[in-house]
Design a protein around this ligand. Structure first.
Ligand code: ATP
Ligand code: ZN
Length: 226
């Protein structure tokens, strides 16, 4: 549990969400002294510490109450929520704000040459993905009997490698799909970055006050960019 007096915020250490998340914190007046290799960064003007980790770890850190807030993509958040729910672990959180960056979609894509007539064409097939819980939920909703094959990386080469018949991966422009002879077919989840808060108990009064003071500034920054 986070018993520190300082508000703990988890951010992706290095990746697509890092720069925008840090920029937002700075824009709301939090001065940060980030040293590249360090896990923790302390604010020099607020009682706030940043925990810089892989994005995959952020939902669990919030849900386990190790940190108070976290910046995370909804795709990763929802996947981890489903995974933790299935494993009987705490999966509660509160969304404070939906943000204006990290936009992407989780889509099913199939090889160019596949005769795809809709999701039913995947009946009995294998689909490679890093998001097996989101994908299997979609199959269930659609009444399709297909199997999600978990791959942490190189999802887009799975069909060519004979590991799966199709894929389900994050897309923003579609260039990676095209380069791998794949066509996007069904969008199963639309995602943006969100700022979340632990929901496993009350924050201390001091932390709650700080969060309540910061949120209008976040709104101000989001509004100014619209
Ligand atoms: P880490 O090393 O932290 O595990 P990662 O490789 O899992 O990093 P990134 O590629 O940096 O993660 O993506 C982080 C998040 O950015 C994604 O989960 C998603 O919410 C968002 N995102 C936005 N656009 C894209 C995209 N085109 N491809 C992948 N993720 C995207
Ligand atoms: Zn990751």
């Amino acid at each position: 549990m986070s018993n520190s007096k300082r508000l703990r915020i988890a951010v992706q250490k290095s990746g697509r969400l890092s720069d925008d998340s840090i920029a937002l914190l700075k824009a709301i007046g939090i001065k940060l002294n980030i040293r590249d290799r360090l896990l923790i960064a302390h604010s020099t003007n607020q009682p706030i510490d940043l925990l810089r980790v892989r994005d995959d770890d952020i939902p669990g850190l919030v849900m386990d109450g190790v940190v108070d807030l976290g910046f995370i993509g909804e795709n990763e958040l929802e996947e981890k929520m489903l995974e933790r729910k299935a494993a009987g672990k705490p999966f509660e959180y509160e969304v404070l704000r939906r943000l204006d960056y990290g936009g992407c979609r989780l889509s099913i894509a199939v090889p160019n040459e596949m005769d795809y007539q809709g999701i039913q064409s995947l009946e009995g097939k294998k689909v490679a993905t890093t998001y097996p819980y989101l994908l299997e939920r979609y199959f269930k909703e659609q009444g399709i009997n297909a199997k999600a094959v978990m791959l942490q990386g190189s999802v887009e080469v799975a069909p060519r490698a004979g590991v799966a018949d199709a894929i389900c991966d994050l897309v923003s422009t579609g260039a990676t799909l095209e380069a791998n002879g794949l066509v996007e077919k069904d969008v199963i989840f639309r995602s943006k970055a969100v700022l979340i808060k632990r929901a496993d108990g009350e924050l201390s009064d001091e932390k709650e006050t700080l969060v309540n003071r910061l949120m209008p500034r976040v709104d101000g920054v989001l509004l100014a960019k619209e």
